[in-house]
Every structure is written in structure tokens, then in C-alpha cells.
Design a protein around this ligand. Structure first.
Ligand code: B12
Length: 249
């Protein structure tokens, strides 16, 4: 079993030691960071620290060194955001610090996005993506969008705080058949059900397929709200969209 001392980066070691309390989270993060490269750990550390300039520079350097876009995303950016999320939950950091880390994440993602989007294939279909009404979290949704575009989909991004009517309008305007809804708050998850209901009300439910995701969303919840599929991460989102695209073609 890997130990804290197996992690090369001192900043990451101290973060785990100082801020993580739950045994399963300590174990998971030690396992994660002990297998990642020193450069990925540096990216994660800079993201936790909210150092946008360093995240920007190191992401660029990693790509130049030949590190894959997925590796940078998972082992650097998302790994760092995982620690920020725990510190936020435990009250060690507050909204402004999280926003600063989110901005650093965006700086890194800006280098990765063109690579994921560069496949240049004919679009498989159009996906409408939005964070549901009342919810302002968009980091996960944006990752899904990047990978969907890289996976050959054309994506219409409705942004955050998206009311049901806006999803309906977008489907009509773009002739899309796949809708992806993201929610990060337990209080906004029910708005997924409201959106599905709104499609029923206007007679459009049968014409579209819904996929749902976001940290608190589960496959069971997806079924309860009447969605056609749940994806646990951005890769699963692309796989699901491909499956749903076949269903509606
Ligand atoms: C960053 C963050 C913020 C930022 C958001 C910045 C931004 N631009 O997104 C800010 C500071 C604004 C914020 C605000 C708030 N937040 Co906040 N936030 C977070 C945090 C730390 C990280 C979320 C994140 O980006 N994760 C990283 C991404 C990559 O993961 P992800 O979103 O889950 O997405 C992945 C998958 O879920 C999936 N996925 C996502 N969407 C979709 C969609 C589809 C279709 C599919 C298939 C897959 C999929 O793929 C993604 C990539 O792998 C979480 C903690 C956490 N661990 O989740 C809290 C958290 C979500 N926030 C929380 C809270 C309470 C709030 C506030 C209410 C705080 C406050 N008191 O003001 C406000 C609410 C504002 C609002 N109305 O939305 C709570 C929610 C608790 C709950 N039970 O509901 C959390 C869990 C923290 C906590 N433990 O307390 N937050």
C-alpha cells in the first residue's frame, strides 16, 4: 500500500496531512498522488494554491514534454480540484478561494481544449448542455463539453442556471436530440425532473434523450427523474452521448 512519503511533492504531502481527515479520502489521495508524475503533482499543487500563472505555464510545459491531455486533466487539474473540494466542505477554504482555484483550472483547460477538439471529424450529432436552474457550477459540465467536442459532437453550451424553457428553446432552434444536464447541489437536482416534465408538457419528450450527471447525481436518481442515462465523468458522458445518438438516429 502506498504511503504519504511516496508522494514526491512536499506541498501535496502537507495538504493531505493537514486537511484530510476521512480515512478513505486520505487513502484515495495517497494512492492517486503516489502514482502521478512530479510535474502533475506540481500542477495540482499550483491549482490548490490558486496560482493561475503557474498552472498555465506548467500545463503548457507538460504538453510540450509530450504528456497527454487526459493525463494532465485527470492527474493534475482534477486531482488538485479534488483536494480543494474537500477543504471547502470542511470549512478550511471559502467561496473566494474556490473561485481562484477554479480560475486556475480554466487557465489549464484553455491549453487542453484545442487538443481535444482537434479531431476534425464530421459531427456525430448535436448535444445541448447546461447546468440546471439555480446552479452555478460549470467546471464539470465544461469538461464534458470539451470531451464531447473532441469525441466528434457539436455542442451548444447553455451555460449555468438554465431554466427548462431555455433547454426547450435550444432543442427547437438547433434541431438537437440529446440534452445533457449537470447539477452539483442537492437543492438543484430536482430541477432535472422539472426539465424532463417541461419537455413532456410541450410534447417534445419522445423526440429527445436526456443524460444527467454531476457529483451528487446517481444512476438511480437519473432513473427517478426520467432521464435516459447517467454518466459518472466526462468520458462516460461521451460514451453515453454516442449510445443515445444511435437511439435517436
Ligand atoms: C468549485 C465549487 C464551487 C464554485 C463553482 C465555480 C464554477 N465555475 O463551477 C463556487 C465557489 C462558485 C461554488 C459555489 C457554491 N457551492 Co460549490 N463546490 C465547488 C466544488 C469545490 C468543486 C465542484 C467541481 O468543480 N468539481 C470538479 C468537477 C470536474 O467535477 P464534477 O462537477 O462532479 O463533474 C464531473 C462529473 O460529475 C461529470 N458530470 C458533471 N456534469 C455532468 C453532466 C452530464 C450530462 C454527465 C453525463 C456527466 C457530468 O463529469 C465531470 C467531469 O468528470 C464542490 C465540491 C465537490 N467535491 O464537488 C462544491 C460543492 C458542489 N458546492 C457546494 C455548495 C454548498 C456551494 C454553495 C451553496 C456555497 C455557498 N454557501 O454559497 C454555492 C452555490 C452556488 C450556486 N447557486 O450554484 C456543496 C454542495 C452541497 C450539496 N449537498 O448540495 C459542495 C459539494 C461542497 C461541499 N461539500 O459543501 N462552488
Amino acid at each position: 500500500m502506498p504511503e504519504l512519503s511516496d508522494i514526491a511533492n512536499q506541498y501535496i504531502r502537507e495538504e493531505i496531512e493537514e486537511f484530510l481527515e476521512r480515512p478513505e479520502e486520505i487513502e484515495r489521495n495517497i494512492a492517486l498522488f503516489s502514482r502521478t508524475s512530479p510535474l502533475m503533482q506540481e500542477i495540482a499543487a499550483a491549482l490548490i494554491d490558486g496560482d493561475m500563472v503557474t498552472v498555465d505555464q506548467l500545463t503548457e510545459k507538460a504538453l510540450e514534454d509530450g504528456v497527454g491531455a487526459f493525463e494532465i486533466m485527470d492527474d493534475g487539474l482534477i486531482a488538485g480540484m479534488g483536494i480543494v473540494g474537500i477543504k471547502f466542505r470542511e470549512g478550511y477554504v471559502f467561496v473566494p478561494e474556490v473561485l481562484i482555484s477554479a480560475r486556475a483550472m480554466k487557465a489549464g483547460m484553455a491549453h487542453i481544449e484545442p487538443i481535444l477538439a482537434a479531431s476534425g471529424v464530421e459531427p456525430i450529432g448535436t448535444v445541448i448542455m447546461g447546468t440546471v436552474q439555480g446552479d452555478l457550477h460549470d467546471i464539470g459540465k465544461n469538461l464534458c463539453i470539451m470531451l464531447l467536442r473532441g469525441g466528434g459532437f457539436s455542442v451548444i453550451d447553455l451555460g449555468v442556471n438554465t431554466p427548462p424553457a431555455q433547454f426547450i428553446e435550444a432543442v427547437r432552434e438547433h434541431g438537437a436530440h440529446i440534452i445533457g444536464m449537470s447539477a452539483l447541489l442537492t437543492t438543484t437536482m430536482p430541477n432535472m425532473a422539472k426539465t424532463v416534465e417541461a419537455f413532456k408538457d410541450v410534447g417534445l419528450r419522445e423526440a429527445v434523450r436526456f443524460m444527467v450527471g454531476g457529483a451528487p447525481v446517481t444512476p438511480e436518481f437519473g432513473k427517478d427523474v426520467g432521464a435516459d442515462g447517467y454518466g459518472k465523468d466526462a468520458l462516460a458522458c461521451v460514451e453515453l452521448a454516442k449510445k443515445l445518438a444511435v437511439e435517436v438516429s
